[in-house]
Design a protein around this ligand. Structure first.
Ligand code: SF4
Length: 404
């Protein structure tokens, strides 16, 4: 399918919106009240540090709502204002944050149901219904379906995600295979891969190394296909489809790993084809989003401080939040990933949290006695109000309620 032509036509359709509806000012006021926090602003103003009683809170210097998320949430609110009576749907969580998604439900925005096989059920969506595409985008087939149904599409896809799609289009134009650093099930990667003709999704450096070794030395094709089951395009053949490759990424992956993977494949193709032919076999564009970079860089600065523990706040299915947690773990700092302040039980000094790649678990007496320094950060989908609530509970637990 000519995805470029499809997107071009969609852009020109009268039923397609990718900018706001002119209610920015009203919506900004509402969003401020619902999601911003004066406590967090005070901590920012105090050089990202708050000292109360025997607790020092160190806030990351970049955290929380990114530009793309703010824009998507604002567009969703504007859509409700602009279409006050029409049924409004969203193809997925607008962003990976439970409180924001709950707020949209309260505004009578319906979420497309997903069945046990992870298939979305669009049967309830009718002609003229308004459908919002989330910040991490939607697959070409979904957009096509909604367009054919005669829906009004409000596309909040972050421009950084669109930038990756453009890279994939460039790979496709030259018949290259897109190697996408991402999670093959993540909505953004599903959308990105839908723009490619040939693609392979690698999760991490270890998988990338396996592919690089295969490129240089060949290997067991059946094993390769089994290892990347569900993570490649239909009919993908590693013996045929890895001689021209372009690199793309899910925007929220660990920046250092995306860079390492890009360099690994560049070295691999250089070794196989030599410098004069490299350009005919390898393509790479920098598509790591600024917000992801800044939040990860701020986390590296935070873990350098003398911390007793870390609290990382964000949706459990939020890729960028999980990567912040990975950094804390890498630096051996006890770290608790929570999706809301409700996970902290002040009465019993107990926290329900999600360790990396594990199910939720409860830790008793998680806040040590005596003076403590707590690092706090949050993913790009987390409102400041949620961070405020978590900090307030930490202070309460230490009998040091914020007096700011
Ligand atoms: S994390 Fe980056 S790509 Fe994702 S919504 Fe925010 S700015 Fe856009």
């Amino acid at each position: 399918m000519d995805t470029k032509a499809f997107k071009r036509n969609l852009n020109q359709s009268q039923n397609y919106y990718r900018k706001g509806f002119g209610h920015q000012e009203e919506v900004a006021g509402v969003l401020n009240t619902e999601y911003q926090s004066s406590l967090i602003q005070t901590i920012r103003d105090r050089n990202y540090q708050l000292q109360e009683g025997n607790v020092t809170i160190h806030l990351a210097e970049s955290f929380g709502f990114c530009w793309g998320v703010e824009r998507a949430v604002a567009m969703a609110y504007e859509t409700r204002q602009h279409f006050p009576t029409e049924p409004i749907w969203i193809t997925n969580e607008i962003i990976h944050n439970p409180s924001v998604n709950q707020r949209l439900r309260e505004m009578n925005v319906h979420f497309i149901e997903v069945d046990a096989d992870n298939q979305k059920d669009f049967s309830g969506v009718g002609k003229g219904d308004v459908v919002i595409l989330p910040a991490f985008g939607a697959s070409v087939s979904e957009m096509q379906l909604l367009d054919e149904k005669g829906c009004i599409i409000v596309d909040t896809t972050c421009p950084w995600v669109s930038k990756v799609w453009n890279s994939v289009e460039k790979h496709k134009k030259r018949n290259y295979t897109s190697i996408i650093h991402g999670k093959y099930k993540h909505e953004e990667t599903v959308a990105t891969s839908s723009f490619a003709d040939k693609y392979l999704v690698v999760l991490n450096l270890a998988q990338a190394q396996y592919v690089a070794d295969y490129i240089l030395h060949g290997g067991d094709k059946a094993e390769f296909l089994e290892k990347f089951k569900n993570a490649h395009s239909e009919g993908f053949d590693p013996d045929r489809d890895l001689d021209q490759i372009g690199i793309a990424n899910q925007t929220t992956m660990l920046k250092s790993e995306t860079e390492q993977i890009g360099k690994l494949f560049e070295r691999t193709m250089l070794q196989k084809y030599g410098p004069t032919e490299l350009n005919q076999h390898f393509m790479s564009f920098n598509t790591i989003c600024d917000a992801t970079q800044e939040r990860q860089d701020a986390m590296f600065e935070l873990v350098d401080k003398d911390l007793s523990l870390m609290v990382v706040i964000g949706g459990y299915n939020s890729s960028n939040t999980t990567h912040l947690q990975e950094i804390a773990v890498e630096y051996n700092i006890p770290s608790y990933h929570i999706d809301s302040a409700d996970r902290i039980d002040v009465e019993n000094n107990r926290i329900e949290h999600k360790p990396l790649e594990k199910d939720l678990e409860i830790t008793e007496n998680w806040l040590p006695e005596g003076p403590i320094a707590v690092g706090v950060t949050s993913g790009a989908s987390t409102p400041d109000k949620v961070v405020e609530a978590a900090i307030a509970k930490i202070l309460m637990l230490k009998n040091a309620p914020a007096i700011v």
